[in-house]
Design a protein around this ligand. Structure first.
Ligand SMILES: [Zn+2]
Length: 431
C-alpha cells in the first residue's frame, strides 16, 4: 500500500534561487513536450507514449539541463496528465461530464506569459535522500560545482510513514511562498486479525454531516455540521469582502484572496479529517469489521439542504468527506461497502412503514408511533439494508448522542458539558 509523507522544506536565499532554477527548467521541459503532444492531438495523430517522449526528447536542451531522474519524471507526469485527459474525454462522450475537459495546460502564467514554477519531481531514491532532518537532491551538471555536488535542505515536519521510499515531488505553494516535499512510501499491508463480523452504517447529510449506527448499540451517534458550516461561512464572507475591495481597484485576484480560499478549504478539510479519525476510533472500540456507507449519487434528491445550501453547492465537500472516511477505514483494516440509498429516510427502521416528517430532523412512524431523529433512522436503515442480522436497536429509540466540532476536535455532548463545567469552576477559583 502506498502512503505519502509531506514535510516542509526550508531554504536560504541562495537555495531558493537553485530551487527556482530547477523548477523553471522542469516547466521548460514540460511545455516543450506538451507542445509536441498538443500538436499531435490537434492534428489527429496519436499522442506519443512515455517511452516515445523519452527517446524523442533525449537530446533536447531542456531535457539535458536537468538530471535524467528529474527529466524522465517530468515526462512521465505529462503523460499521466494526458492519460487522465483521455479518461475524462471518454466520460464526457458518454455524457457523464457536464463540460468538455480541456487539454493539459502549459505551466505558464496566462497574463504575463512567464513560466510557472510548480513542482520538481524526482524519480527514485537514487537521486534524493530524505530523513527527519534534511533533504538532499542531485543537481544538474552545471549547478553542481557551485553548490558542492548536492543541494541539502533542512526539513520541518514528521515522516509519518516508514517503508520503501519511492518517488518524491518538491511542490511550490505560491500563496504561502513555501516549498513542500511529498514523498511516496511503499508500506506493507497491516496484518488483520480474524475477528467476528460486526457491522455499522453511516448516513451523510448537510445538517448532520454523519449519522453513525453500530450493530448492537441502541443509540446512534450524530456529528453536527453546525460549527463546520459556521466557519465555512465566515471565510466565505471574508472572500466576498476581499473580492469587493479588488473590484473597486479593478483587479481580479490577489494573493490575499487566494490565501482566503486556501484557508477555507484547509479548515474544512481539517474538520473532515478529524471526523474520519473519530469515526474510525469509535468503530475500533466496538470491534466493527464492515462499514456500510451511503452512495453519494442519490444524495441530492434526499437531502436536507442546510443553511444557505452552502455545502451542497460545494458538492465536492461530501465526496471529500466520504473519501476521507474510506481512507481512514482502509488504514484501520475496516471494510467499506457502498450502499444504494433506497428511501432510507422515508421508512421506519423498526417496522418498515412510511414515516411522517413533521419537521426536517424528525421522523414519526405511522404504524408503531416511534419518534426518530431522521438521520439516525436513515443510518439504521442503511445498516438493515446491508446486514442480514438486523441492527439490534428494535427497542424504543434512545436519544442519539450528538457530537460537535470545537474547531480542534469532535466532542460529544457529555464531554463538552464536562469541559465547560471544568472551565467554569477553574475561572471561579482563579477569581
Ligand atoms: Zn415503525
Amino acid at each position: 500500500m502506498k502512503r505519502c509523507n509531506v514535510v516542509r522544506v526550508l531554504f536560504s536565499k541562495e537555495q531558493a534561487k537553485v530551487l527556482e532554477t530547477l523548477g523553471n527548467r522542469c516547466a521548460a521541459l514540460w511545455n516543450a513536450a506538451n507542445f509536441r503532444c498538443r500538436q499531435a492531438f490537434l492534428k489527429g495523430e496519436p499522442v506519443p507514449s512515455y517511452a516515445a517522449l523519452c527517446s524523442e526528447f533525449k537530446e533536447h536542451p531542456a531535457y539535458k539541463a536537468l538530471p535524467s531522474d528529474i527529466a524522465q519524471e517530468v515526462l512521465k507526469k505529462l503523460r499521466k496528465a494526458w492519460d487522465s485527459f483521455f479518461a475524462c474525454l471518454r466520460l464526457w462522450k458518454k455524457g457523464k461530464l457536464e463540460k468538455r475537459p480541456g487539454l493539459p495546460r502549459y505551466w505558464k502564467d496566462r497574463r504575463t506569459g512567464k513560466r510557472l514554477v510548480r513542482l520538481i519531481p524526482v524519480k527514485s531514491p537514487r537521486s534524493y535522500s530524505l530523513d527527519a532532518r534534511a533533504l538532499s537532491l542531485t543537481l544538474p551538471a552545471d549547478l553542481r560545482e557551485k553548490h558542492g555536488g548536492r543541494l541539502v535542505l533542512c526539513t520541518k515536519g514528521v515522516l509519518r510513514f516508514h517503508g520503501q521510499p519511492k518517488t518524491l515531488e518538491l511542490r511550490y505553494d505560491p500563496v504561502r511562498k513555501r516549498w513542500y516535499a511529498h514523498q511516496v512510501v511503499e508500506v506493507p499491508e497491516p496484518a488483520r486479525p480474524a475477528r467476528p463480523e460486526k457491522h455499522a452504517a453511516v448516513d451523510l447529510g448537510a445538517r448532520v454531516l454523519v449519522a453513525l449506527a453500530i450493530e448492537g448499540l441502541d443509540r446512534q451517534l450524530l456529528f453536527s455540521a453546525r460549527e463546520v458550516i459556521k466557519d465555512f461561512l465566515y471565510w466565505t464572507n471574508q472572500i466576498a469582502g476581499e473580492q469587493l475591495k479588488l473590484n473597486r481597484t479593478g483587479k481580479k485576484t490577489s494573493r490575499k484572496l487566494r490565501r482566503f480560499y486556501q484557508l477555507r478549504a484547509r479548515r474544512l478539510r481539517h474538520a473532515f479529517v478529524a471526523l474520519a479519525a473519530e469515526i474510525v476510533r469509535i468503530l475500533k472500540r466496538f470491534c466493527v469489521t464492515t462499514l456500510f456507507i451511503e452512495d453519494l449519487t442519490g444524495i441530492r434528491e434526499d437531502m436536507d439542504f442546510g443553511p444557505k445550501n452552502i455545502l451542497v453547492h460545494n458538492f465536492w465537500a461530501f465526496r471529500m468527506l466520504r473519501n476521507l472516511i474510506e481512507a481512514a477505514c482502509a488504514r484501520a483494516g475496516i471494510k467499506v461497502v457502498p450502499m444504494e440509498p433506497r428511501g432510507t429516510s422515508s421508512r421506519c427502521a423498526v417496522c418498515g412503514h412510511p414515516v411522517r416528517r413533521p419537521v426536517r430532523h424528525k421522523a414519526v412512524c405511522e404504524k408503531c408511533g416511534k419518534l426518530w431523529h431522521a438521520d439516525a433512522n436513515a443510518a439504521l436503515n442503511i445498516l438493515l439494508q446491508g446486514s442480514s442480522k438486523g441492527h439490534g436497536a428494535e427497542a424504543t429509540p434512545q436519544k442519539p448522542l450528538a457530537y460537535r466540532w470545537n474547531r480542534h476536535r469532535w466532542v460529544s455532548r457529555f464531554e463538552s458539558a464536562a469541559g465547560t463545567l471544568k472551565a467554569a469552576s477553574g475561572s471561579r477559583t482563579a477569581a
